[in-house]
Design a protein around this ligand. Structure first.
Ligand SMILES: Nc1ncnc2c1ncn2[C@@H]1O[C@H](COP(=O)(O)OP(=O)(O)OP(=O)(O)O)[C@@H](O)[C@H]1O
Ligand SMILES: [Mg+2]
Length: 238
């Protein structure tokens, strides 16, 4: 922990995640996309925050910045009391490995490893040794019978759930999940909702980008993004 003079000391009750005034611009040829325009967000321990918004509103861009996978052009992110933004990639990666589970919209799995091997690898990287945990995680996400499958053999919904098992492997203090329940049936979605609700009990924080009303209904707080900005209540059309 860094304790600079005058800086607040991180306590067990401090926020898990804070984002201050995030901006992210993309340039393609002469076009400029303002993907994030001043997004601020605080997520407390045990809280589930759901990010909703139309396609292209900036949900994935926000999650990537919160995970330290992408650097915002303005603003910064604080994870467990320490700034994550504008640090060398190796430092961001080690903080992520220790504290954050990330489920992206695609590309979460190593293609040459089976589902179980992908989960096991994540556990090894986080130095988690817990016999039976791989089976337990795959059961929780409804993939008990897909241990030995390669990512190329999974449907879109199965790949997302396998990615979720990987993201949860080290019981992270913060889970950032992009569309975890896309393409799943109602029974499977209920299983996933139970996983998210369970995280509250251990004080783990969860941020989910989704189009699913069922996931939004679980949230302690719903954040509406419109064109890269957070809008309140009635102004939100999603
Ligand atoms: N790497 C990139 N280069 C150029 N433009 C990008 C890039 N990533 C995102 N964008 C643009 O930024 C905007 C926000 O994209 P983003 O992927 O964050 O939306 P989203 O809310 O996650 O959408 P969806 O619901 O479809 O997943 C879009 O206009 C998108 O085209
Ligand atoms: Mg997205």
């Amino acid at each position: 922990m860094e304790i600079a003079s005058g800086a607040p000391v991180q306590t067990a009750t401090g926020p898990v995640l804070e984002a201050f005034d995030l901006y992210r611009f993309f340039h393609t040829g002469d076009d400029e996309t303002l993907a994030l325009r001043g997004v601020s967000l605080t997520v407390a321990a045990g809280e589930i925050v759901v990010v909703v918004g139309a396609s292209g509103s900036g949900k994935s861009t926000l999650l990537n910045c919160l995970a330290g996978l992408d650097e915002p052009d303005g603003g910064y992110v604080v994870l467990l009391g320490e700034r994550l933004t504008r640090r060398p990639e190796a430092e961001r990666a080690s903080r992520r490995a220790a504290h954050v589970g990330v489920l992206l919209q695609a590309g979460n799995l190593f293609p040459s490893l089976t589902v179980a091997e992908n989960v096991r690898l994540q556990m090894a990287m986080a130095r988690v040794r817990e016999p039976g945990r791989v089976d337990q995680l795959l059961e929780q996400v409804g993939l008990a019978d897909r241990h030995g499958a390669l990512p190329s053999q999974l449907s879109g919904g199965e790949a997302a759930r396998a990615g979720l098992a990987v993201a949860l492997a080290a019981s992270p203090k913060l889970l950032l999940a992009d569309e975890p329940t896309g393409e799943v049936d109602a029974a499977t979605e209920a299983k996933l909702l139970a996983i998210f609700a369970d995280r509250r009990k251990s004080g783990a924080a969860t941020v989910i980008a989704t189009h699913s009303p069922a996931v939004a209904a679980l949230a302690d707080r719903v954040v509406h993004l419109v064109d890269g900005r957070i809008v309140d209540g009635e102004a939100a059309h999603v």
